[in-house]
Design a binder for this molecule. Structure first.
Ligand code: ADP
Length: 437
């Protein structure tokens, strides 16, 4: 206010002085009036310049303003800069927040009061088969068509989560989602999705596993119980009793083998991978496997000597790093399978080769029945058998290849199976160069 009065008073004063002393036609009052008018016009011109400047404020143009308008302009400019800085720091905070939600492994969808999508992260798009920006502002019920979701969304309260099959697959299996809805703001909803496929599969596997173990144990147990009852109720002579006791011993040993395999599996799963400090000598290991294989071949045919041609080539590798106990069990499983599934007179060929990269391959080739291609991917699943009765007859538990695969993976290697129906199979275990001496 005072700063505005100053130029006007100055204009009036200068006008009055000019009127008083210089111009014969002007009186002091007229000079003051003319000076005041000119000062007012200048003042208004500065004001309209400020108005123009406010439309696109820049510090350079500010220097062209004079008097109180310049001070006003400078104050406005400082406020403007402050607001801009606040707005950009808020924008940055919002972007950081949105990036954090984008990085979340859970899907996040913001719904407005009508259930239309306001915002969603990429994970939600992947989970629910939606797209940004195509599906923004679309009603969620039109996009997520699972009946379980439609019913859940229509409910008044959403205290519990729901689970349903979403579009798409994970590891070749239907994608399973868990979904939560939370109210926020004025009638808006926050929708959270979580991929629970792995949990659901693990749960199904656990149930299958328990069912399989129970089934495997129940069979010999039923047979044993039957024999016990027979021994208790029938007057058997010593020869008959001995025969029954032999059969009971077979069932008991079957259960023992199964429990031993189960314990091995759980130990493998619960212990850290073997370190590289232990060195395993291959030749003595192969010697032991060979003598076990000969004994098994003879036992299978109830003969004195092996009924298969067993060929063990001299190993190209002398030492590997790992657990002797685990490697012996993995290698033995493959050789014992070859002997058990190959009919008498067939051949089992065991090789330990060095790969060009410096790794090692332990392979067992047999001339047995071979395996149809559709079974190959599932052979190392627990309790998966191609021929259940043949496996049982020969004392199999259905866990051998699962153990073998586990062991070789713990040693950084892999299991490979090649087979042709009617021609035979080759099972190989590859170990990386880092474990081979
Ligand atoms: P099992 O104790 O039943 O032998 P494994 O896990 O060792 O269990 O093997 C799984 C299945 O793979 C066997 O039941 C058998 O059907 C098949 N199999 C394994 N090795 C051979 C082989 N050398 N020849 C033919 N089939 C085999």
């Amino acid at each position: 206010m005072w700063s505005a009065l100053f130029p006007l008073s100055l204009g009036a004063l200068i006008g009055a002085l000019i009127g008083r002393f210089t111009h014969p036609l002007l009186s002091t009052g007229m000079g003051a009036f003319a000076g005041l008018t000119l000062a007012l016009l200048w003042f208004l011109a500065q004001g309209s310049r400020l108005e123009r400047w406010l439309k696109s404020p820049s510090p350079d143009a500010l220097s062209r303003l004079r008097g109180p308008w310049r001070e006003l302009g400078e104050r406005a400019y400082r406020q403007l800069r402050l607001r801009e800085q606040q707005a950009s720091s808020q924008e940055k905070r919002l972007q950081d927040f949105l990036s954090a939600i984008q990085a979340s492994p859970n899907g996040v969808v913001l719904l407005d009061e009508e259930g239309k999508i306001e915002w969603m992260n990429q994970t939600a798009c992947d989970h629910l088969g939606m797209q940004i920006p195509r599906d923004l502002q679309q009603h969620i019920v039109h996009l997520v068509r699972a009946p379980a979701f439609t019913k859940f969304f229509a409910q008044e309260r959403h205290d519990k989560e729901i689970q349903f099959d979403a579009p798409g697959t994970v590891w070749g299996k239907a994608r399973h989602l868990s979904l939560h809805l939370h109210h926020y703001g004025q009638g808006k909803e926050l929708m959270l999705t979580r991929d629970v496929t792995a949990l659901v599969l693990a749960d199904a596997m656990r149930r299958d596993f328990v069912a399989n173990v129970s089934h495997e144990i129940r069979t010999p147990l039923t047979v044993l119980a039957g024999f016990v009852e027979t021994l208790q109720s029938l007057p058997l002579d010593a020869r008959e009793s001995a025969r029954y006791l032999d059969l009971m011993a077979v069932q008991a040993s079957r259960m023992q083998t199964l429990v031993a395999d189960l314990l091995t599996l759980s130990q493998l799963e619960g212990s850290p991978a073997p370190g590289a400090l232990d060195l395993v000598d291959m030749q003595p290991l192969l010697d032991q496997i060979e003598s076990d294989a000969k004994a098994l071949s003879a036992l299978q045919a109830h003969s004195e000597s092996p009924v298969h041609r067993l060929v063990f080539e001299a190993p190209e590798v002398t030492q590997v790093e790992g657990s002797r106990h685990e490697l012996l069990s993995a290698f033995s499983n493959l050789v014992s399978n070859a002997v058990r599934y190959t009919p008498a007179g067939g051949e089992v060929h065991v090789r330990v080769r060095r790969t060009p990269e410096g790794g090692m391959v332990f392979s067992v080739q047999d001339t047995g029945p071979g395996i149809a291609p559709e079974h190959l991917p599932r052979l190392s699943e627990r309790f998966y058998r191609v021929d259940r009765s043949r496996s049982r007859e020969t004392g199999g538990t259905g866990l051998g290849l699962a153990i073998t695969k586990h062991v070789i993976q713990r040693h950084g290697g892999s299991l490979h199976i090649e087979s042709q129906l009617g021609k035979g199979s080759t099972f190989s275990l590859q170990m990386p160069a880092s474990r081979v001496r």
